[in-house]
Design a protein around this ligand. Structure first.
Ligand code: SF4
Length: 469
């Protein structure tokens, strides 16, 4: 039989989006998602490669060509079930994964054309499932009698909880905040990941029989050792919630926020609805955000939605080195965020009432690559200049909260405050305690946290079955 070569469609099927001028006046999701016809057409672009590199680019190894094939044939139920075999949060990962560095970056089409829009299709089938009256729940084996405590309900914790519940273990998640989801609810804004979607994914995990205890701070309400008296194993997925500061003069002026505080107020505590909601936020006219990652762009775009006339990103390297998702950079540019690239702040200045008024910065040029592989910013002599501001948001990174290590002396911590784990298993230095996600990496991506969660869940299951450490 003669096999005809598939006709290559070079560009991704465009996805409907809210127009920039409209969306900066609301918090609704920017990308509106594919229609059924658009999704099937896009899935049809997949070449069905014999050796699909896209799978190797996915940290949880979703069988991408197989799910795309099901979407192309209109079998959305089959597609979502297949994804969920390895990824329990597809509506989230479809929206926030840096696909261009992962599956889509490895797609065979991306060498000469645009890759298949894998993330948009993952999101499409997850959203399709959410509109059905019932979501299928996998059959759970008989209870094993083992009890596992998960500390933190972010992507790593939810993944471990789902995987262990599917193996018949009794799982309880302890969440410090009043809402489950970790960084997905306090960090990522509504316009990029609506809370209703996170709630839906949390409900899906709870439908597997997982118990959720909110407003419970492990390390304060109960120590790890106390939890170990009741539970056979513990997974720590507490994330990285301790913001970094620059230690510059004037950093403690009024109007200077950490991105963690700024986004938590705006997002989780709904400060944009103040005074209807209790939490206030300073609505600056000129807001500068320091940093070049997704957290910085989320802050700069939130500032616009809070009414800023000017929202400025101050980043020390060039656009090419920005760690943020390309789509987020593009959306921020469309919305009018101004980029002061190759720029480093050196001091903050305030008025007589100690409100921040100006940032002094220096211009940089790029030198040799540093340990991150990116070219090092080198200050240019006598290039100092000032930017007038009334709010500054620092989004330069974060590390894990030290509360649990402080109350658990035999838990080994690295110099930069992350919990030391065995990468093959997620085991910590303390018997029965595993960890993964940002608490062990210091801040990475949702999908890498989920990948580590999957590794830890497998190791926890083995530990519960054999008792071997
Ligand atoms: S690499 Fe791209 S074209 Fe090949 S199977 Fe994966 S998604 Fe399809």
């Amino acid at each position: 039989m003669i096999r005809l070569a598939k006709q290559i469609i070079p560009k991704k099927t465009p996805v409907p989006e809210q127009l920039p001028a409209e969306r900066i006046k609301n918090y609704d999701e920017v990308i509106q998602g594919y229609t059924t016809e658009q999704a099937m057409a896009e899935a049809n672009r997949c070449l069905g490669c014999g050796r699909p590199l896209c799978i190797a680019g996915c940290p949880v190894n979703v069988n991408i060509p197989a799910f795309l094939n099901l979407v192309a044939r209109g079998d959305f139920r089959g597609a979502v079930n297949l994804i969920k075999e390895t990824n329990s949060l597809p509506a989230v990962t479809g929206r926030v994964c840096p696909q261009e560095q992962q599956c889509e970056g490895r797609c065979a089409l991306s060498k000469r054309f645009e890759s298949v829009a894998i993330g948009r299709l993952e999101r499409f089938v997850a959203d399709w499932e959410a509109t059905r009256s019932s979501t299928l729940t996998p059959e759970i084996p008989p209870p094993t009698g083992n009890k596992v405590a998960i500390v933190g309900s972010g992507p790593a914790g939810l993944t471990v909880a789902a995987d262990l519940a599917k193996k018949g273990h009794q799982v309880t998640i302890f969440e410090a905040l009043h809402e489950a989801g970790g960084v997905l609810v306090y960090g990522i804004p509504e316009f990029r990941l609506p809370k209703v979607i996170v709630r839906r994914e949390v409900e899906n995990v709870c439908r597997l029989g997982v118990k959720l205890v909110k407003d419970f701070v492990v390390g304060s309400a109960s120590t790890l050792d106390e939890l170990l008296e009741e539970y056979d194993a513990i997974f720590l997925g507490t994330g990285a919630g301790l913001p970094w500061f620059l230690n510059l003069t004037g950093e403690n002026l009024n109007g200077v926020y950490s991105a963690n505080e700024y986004l938590t107020r705006a997002n989780l505590m709904k400060a944009y609805l103040f005074p209807e909601y209790d939490t206030p936020i300073v609505r600056g006219r000129r807001v500068a955000t320091i940093g070049g990652g997704n957290v910085a762009l989320d802050s700069a775009r939130t500032a616009l939605r809070l009414g800023a006339e000017e929202s400025i990103i101050v980043y020390r390297r060039s656009r090419a080195e920005m760690p943020a998702r390309i789509e987020e950079i593009h959306h921020a540019e469309q919305e009018g965020v101004r980029f002061e690239l190759l720029t480093t702040p050196v001091s903050f200045y305030g008025d007589q009432n100690n409100w921040v008024k100006e940032i002094e910065c220096v211009r940089n040029e790029l030198g040799e690559p540093d340990t991150s592989g990116r070219r090092r910013p080198m200050p240019i002599k006598d290039s100092n200049f000032r930017i007038p501001v009334d709010v500054v948001v620092l989004a330069i990174g974060q590390s894990p909260n030290p509360l649990i290590p402080k109350t658990t002396p035999d838990l080994r911590i690295s110099k930069n405050g992350v919990i030391v784990i065995d990468n093959e298993t997620g085991k910590t230095s303390k018997k029965g305690v595993f960890a993964g996600g940002d608490v062990a990496t210091g801040g990475a991506t949702v999908i890498l946290a989920m990948g580590q969660g999957k590794i830890a869940a497998k190791a926890i299951d083995l530990y519960l079955k054999t008792g071997q450490w």
